[in-house]
Design a protein around this ligand. Structure first.
Ligand code: AMP
Length: 236
């Protein structure tokens, strides 16, 4: 089963992607995490991505497409994947379609996380992230058991530089200008499903799993099969 999580920064995509990938045995691919790792490792990808990320801008398509093509074409996702934070532009969405077609696969569902701008700002400004494992918390709504320490791995929590107020505003603007149009793109492809990305993480999780139960188990597909497949009408 191949899934995309679409929505503004701060919609809760990362939290749900982590849980769903664990419970369904799917590979969680977060372009944000991959890029942050590349920056940390000082790779050439990281060097080209760093200044865009710090400014709250999108990293150029060719840089992101390189890292994603590698992950998707690898063989470590026999049950499928959850893409979190990708695609973010129409160029990326079309490239994803093509990559999947070339390996005989397709997207089963795109979950659009609908949240108000106020909620997104509140979430991002209170978010704390683990330096070691990347797990996310919120100072008020999802606090760790011990302040500043990750419950999962004991790593140190920090505030991402792009979660500072001035960069948050920029990221939300960039989302509106460059990513929001993908909602219509996937609606037209009849794979879009809207979920309310509210504060009730369990409720959102239940809504997602309910939709996933209606999707037949993922099979590697042959190139000549239609991209949308037979279950596309469920989302029309
Ligand atoms: P995220 O963790 O998904 O909020 O991503 C953090 C930052 O990484 C974004 O603000 C962008 O600068 C960059 N980034 C992540 N995913 C993409 C993408 N698909 N296309 C372009 N830039 C991206």
């Amino acid at each position: 089963m191949n899934i995309v999580f679409l929505g503004p920064p701060g919609a809760g995509k990362g939290t749900q992607a982590e849980t769903i990938s664990n419970t369904k045995g799917l590979l969680h691919i977060s372009t944000g995490d991959l890029l942050r790792q590349a920056v940390k490792d000082g790779t050439s990808t990281g060097v080209s991505a760093k200044e865009y990320m710090e400014k709250g801008l999108l990293v150029p398509d060719d840089v992101v497409l390189n890292i994603i093509a590698e992950r998707i074409s690898s063989d470590d996702h026999k049950h499928g994947f959850v893409l979190d934070g990708f695609p973010r532009t129409l160029v990326q969405a079309k490239a994803l379609d093509e990559t999947l077609r070339n390996i005989g696969e397709r997207l089963d569902v795109v979950f659009y996380f609908a949240v108000s701008e106020d909620t997104a700002i509140q979430r991002l400004s209170g978010r704390r992230t683990c330096k070691t494992c990347g797990a996310n918390y919120h100072v008020q709504y999802i606090p760790p058991l011990k302040e500043g320490i990750c419950d999962k791995c004991g790593g140190q929590l920090y505030q991402r530089t792009d979660d500072k107020p001035e960069t948050i505003a920029k990221r939300l603007r960039v989302y509106k200008e460059q990513t929001e149009g993908l909602i219509d793109y996937y609606k037209r492809n009849k794979v879009l499903k809207e979920v309310k990305g509210d504060w009730d993480v369990d409720k959102t999780y239940r809504m997602i799993t309910k939709v996933l139960e209606t999707i037949p188990k993922h099979h590697r597909r042959h190139k000549e099969e239609s991209f949308l497949g037979d279950n596309s009408e469920i989302y029309s």
